[in-house]
Design a protein around this ligand. Structure first.
Ligand code: 48F
Length: 255
């Protein structure tokens, strides 16, 4: 029966993808812009990279531009990334370029998938595997189970490096600190927390702090900014793209 044949293909394909993802070079929690850029460059370098996104759609905060006006702004230092990914932009001011946020989100997703990143939507990272003072993997559940607060145990996936790219909420680092008595690589040993808006400083700190925050655990994008006490930067996305690229450069060497 054709209906069952269709169902069987879906189940077999999905299980194949899931089984392959159980042992990755890099697992990235969150599928926003920093994650997708990192996923693209890691996959392009031949690394086995898995992106786990809670929502149905990838792209995180890209789609809505500023206050729902669908444009985001980038600076000149991002143009090589946009050119490589074939995403259009228009010069609008001194070192300010406008990009249609729908073109940016879809372009980042398309390029990450095409390069070979394995992306799962509707999967939430709810905890970590921590052994010998090192993060060794993630604990995941289906988002509908998480959202319905059903009492269903999660499953696990292992990776040489896990990345918190969950944005402002910094969910993975938070759970690491909540469940384990340990310190991370910030000045305080704890999450410093995001500050009020300052575009230049926010982008600078995001890029500078992208990297390892605990053995085996890395931060990128707004998660890096919030972890180390940087200010938010709103609908300017250069810091996100450059953070993703920097993370990939670090991890290509390490994993
Ligand atoms: O927030 P988000 O877009 O991450 P980002 O790469 O980019 C930030 C910008 O969008 C914007 C900004 C730029 O100046 O300030 O906010 O840092 O995307 C984070 C993604 O992570 C998903 C969430 O649904 C979103 O798509 N996410 C959050 N927590 C989890 C998660 C989780 N526990 N498991 C899986 N996905």
């Amino acid at each position: 029966m054709k209906e069952v044949e269709i169902t069987e293909i879906i189940i077999r394909e999905y299980l194949g993808s899931l089984l392959r993802a159980l042992d990755s070079d890099v697992i990235i929690a969150g599928g926003g812009p920093s994650s997708l850029v990192a996923g693209y460059y890691l996959a392009k370098a031949g690394k086995k990279v898995t992106i786990l996104e809670r929502k149905l759609s990838l792209g995180g905060g890209t789609w809505g531009g500023g206050m729902g006006f669908k444009y985001v702004i980038l600076e000149e230092n991002c143009l090589p990334i946009l050119q490589e990914l074939n995403i259009n932009y228009t010069k609008k001011g001194e070192d300010l370029y406008a990009v249609d946020s729908i073109a940016l989100a879809s372009g980042l997703i398309f390029n990450a998938v095409k390069a070979g990143a394995e992306i799962f939507n509707l999967v939430s990272v709810e905890d970590l595997v921590v052994k010998d003072n090192r993060v060794k993997g993630v604990v995941v559940n289906a988002s509908p189970i998480e959202i319905a607060r059903l009492h269903v145990d999660p499953i696990t996936m292992k990776a040489n490096a896990v990345v918190d790219a969950t944005g402002h909420d910094l969910e993975v680092v938070k759970v690491l600190l909540k469940k384990n008595n340990l310190k991370i690589f910030t000045e305080t040993g704890d999450i410093v927390g995001e500050r009020s808006m300052d575009v230049e400083e926010g982008e600078r700190i995001t890029l500078e702090k992208t990297g390892e925050v605990f053995p085996g655990l890395y931060v990128a994008g707004m998660a890096a900014c919030a972890c180390f006490g940087g200010p938010r930067m709103g609908p300017i996305f250069g810091g996100m793209l450059l953070s993703g690229k920097k993370l990939a450069e670090i991890l290509v060497e390490k994993v």
